[in-house]
Design a protein around this ligand. Sequence first.
Ligand SMILES: Cc1cc2nc3c(=O)[nH]c(=O)nc-3n(C[C@H](O)[C@H](O)[C@H](O)COP(=O)(O)OP(=O)(O)OC[C@H]3O[C@@H](n4cnc5c(N)ncnc54)[C@H](O)[C@@H]3O)c2cc1C
Ligand code: FES
Length: 262
Amino acid sequence: MPQLQEMMTIVSQREVAKQIFELILTGEMVAELDLPGQFLHLTVPNSAMLLRRPISISSWDKAAQTCTLLYRVGDETTGTYALSRLTAGAVVDVLGPLGNGFPVDEVKAGEEILIIGGGIGVPPLYELAKQLEATGCQMTVLLGFASADVKILEAEFSALKNLKLKIATDDGSYGTQGHVGLLMDELTVTADAVYTCGAPAMLKAVARKYDALERLYISMESRMACGVGACYACVEHDKENENHALKVCEDGPVFRGKQLFL
Ligand SMILES: Cc1cc2nc3c(=O)[nH]c(=O)nc-3n(C[C@H](O)[C@H](O)[C@H](O)COP(=O)(O)OP(=O)(O)OC[C@H]3O[C@@H](n4cnc5c(N)ncnc54)[C@H](O)[C@@H]3O)c2cc1C
Ligand code: FES
């Protein structure tokens, strides 16, 4: 897949939940987007901040030539804050699409698919669910958030067919009170494949529960510099080969469960 660097144009940017911004970009890169779970590497509008920010692609619309990202903004000293100040018409220097995404081709009609997301790990799972909708599988989507005011994409997931959505919040301000692991423990379906993205503790709980499943796909986060596999800033131990390091930016961000020590 070609990787491009492009000055993409902002179509819109708005705060959709507390300190979480939805950024819609347009550019030729949209034509190259393929698997859900890939990310873009964005330059922030502050010349003192040299490192790009990796942000997952939440969804895209090839006909409209747009893609949508959802990202959490830090305090005023952060690059994401500077990015969030940009408005429609501004341009952003983008490298992408990067990394290996979630495989979707192998999913067949009638299969039970479990999708588990937490916090700002939820956005890439939306394009995944959109693509899986077309396969005729049955999806159960479990999403966990700290509280109701940082809940994102509920309406978008709910609008998809063959999908059961359950939401938990840590403080009980929406849905089930507790973390997403509680929803996982209540499940009665046997999953043919599990896809997950979220905080390390959540990934660990999912990996522990589904460690015997061949089709367990885990999207990882890491501090990144180059974003293209050259600098080794983002390595993880390879569980299948102790003499080998996995690069989150290039070999991931999506890995099979048995590749990772969690
Ligand atoms: C593959 C991937 C996909 C991601 N997708 C999303 C997403 O869809 N939405 C979202 O809100 N966040 C996502 N993140 C996390 C996001 O990259 C960081 O929150 C962001 O880089 C923090 O930048 P900052 O300007 O707010 O912080 P600063 O403190 O200004 O950042 C300083 C440096 O640390 C790095 N850094 C800080 N926190 C993180 C982190 N958690 N992960 C990686 N690098 C970090 C920054 O990139 C920057 O280089 C993703 C990370 C990865 C690796
Ligand atoms: S960020 Fe440079 S190798 Fe992954």
